[in-house]
Design a protein around this ligand. Sequence first.
Ligand SMILES: Cc1cc2nc3c(=O)[nH]c(=O)nc-3n(C[C@H](O)[C@H](O)[C@H](O)COP(=O)(O)OP(=O)(O)OC[C@H]3O[C@@H](n4cnc5c(N)ncnc54)[C@H](O)[C@@H]3O)c2cc1C
Length: 449
Amino acid sequence: MKKALIIGAGPAGLTAALEFLKKGDIHPVIVERENFVGGISRTAQHNGNRMDIGGHRFFSKSDWVMNFWKEIYPDMMRRPRLSRILYERKFFDYPVSLNANTVKGLGLWRMAKIGASYLKASLHQIKPEKNLQDFMINRFGKELYLTFFKDYTEKLWGIPCEKISAEWGAQRIKGLSIAKTIKHALFKNSKETSLIEEFLYPKLGPGDLWERAAAEILKRGGEIRFNTNIEKLNLKDYDYVLSSMPVKDLVNALDGVPQNVKEIANGLVYRDFITVGFLLDKLEIGNIKDNWIYIQENDVKVGRLQIFNNWSEYLVQDPSKIWLGMEYFVNEGDSLWNKSEKEFSDFAANELEKIGVAKKENIRDSVVIQVQKAYPAYFGTYTQFDTLKTWLDQKENLFLIGRNGMHRYNNMDHSMLSAKEAVKIIHNGGTDKSSIWNINSEDDYHESK
Ligand SMILES: Cc1cc2nc3c(=O)[nH]c(=O)nc-3n(C[C@H](O)[C@H](O)[C@H](O)COP(=O)(O)OP(=O)(O)OC[C@H]3O[C@@H](n4cnc5c(N)ncnc54)[C@H](O)[C@@H]3O)c2cc1C
């Protein structure tokens, strides 16, 4: 029987292995650098509490993905979604909506300025849209962009919006617009515009679902080799290779790579991530129901808060405590990344108190988790990515899948769909990989839903 080497036991790699096993004609062997499955979608455990790396909503427009999840995890919970923005120490809806709270929070003068600048942007669109700033101003007007988008986006990417490709906006926030917001405010009773969105969530966090997927792979005869880091790869040694490891690392693991392709790979940029778990007696902002809160304050570095209790009460050992995550977008090796665990948790605790969310004296436990390459960036050599992609796609038995595997801002569902598509192509004996790249290129799956 032919064998497929699958690099990475994240959502993409695990999905690929299960698909091979379901079709039954190719034996999947997953190699995973770490000693756990789930990749970025794992669930970390600390003193009996479970921490989602990010806060993963299980939501997809693909029925196939939804059914895959439900089959593996029939006891998935339905969770209401609530997330807000903390700006100037006041809460605003996320996505920003036109309601009395927004008007009260921003004041009439600022609302008028937002309205006027939106009108201006509608009449004088910036063309061509050279970067993310142009993209956002064209859709929201300059004033709203400056109020709610600029600082957060720059925190996330660590560079000015003028230096980020407009393509990121097109993939992530295409569905959001002022016109829709106004329509929403006027017709909010209509069924389609229900404000409360629901998502599915595994009781014990996303990692639990991926652990069940891994157990199913083993049960069906697949292999998972942990603590196996691919540093050198000879494609000729395998019938098929499906790679969800970062493209940059993949290219560096291959021999005979042309110089220009190597340079593009090494110029790809990633944003890394640190999340701090705090176990707290109480919050200063009361018993809030938010799953997560965007921190739009520019006097702190924290980007987002997660209230894990509100994702699933099963993530928290003692239900009387609040289990909170503080998320930081960083670059590996920068001053935040290089802080010791103690330095970082002190730093985060100070910020938590500064924004008025909780007092340091109420912290009972903490943990700091660093995640490399959490976000593939659409700058650096990304503009030349097609050259790299074309070269890699010419390797007949190599299939790039997943988020960092394709250097695409893929969510779990896109990562899974890319894996499913790769297995389908292999099963059908094809070599054209364009259908894998078509996933998450044009569809309108967005945070704004
Ligand atoms: C903060 C945050 C929030 C998110 N929220 C959501 C959400 O709400 N909903 C959603 O659907 N998605 C969300 N995502 C996206 C989701 O985490 C990813 O889409 C998904 O985990 C990608 O799966 P993957 O298998 O492609 O990659 P990964 O999860 O990155 O897995 C890749 C695996 O490959 C392994 N690996 C890497 N290099 C090597 C090597 N050289 N050798 C061997 N193994 C290697 C890694 O250890 C890892 O296990 C979020 C992501 C982040 C960062």
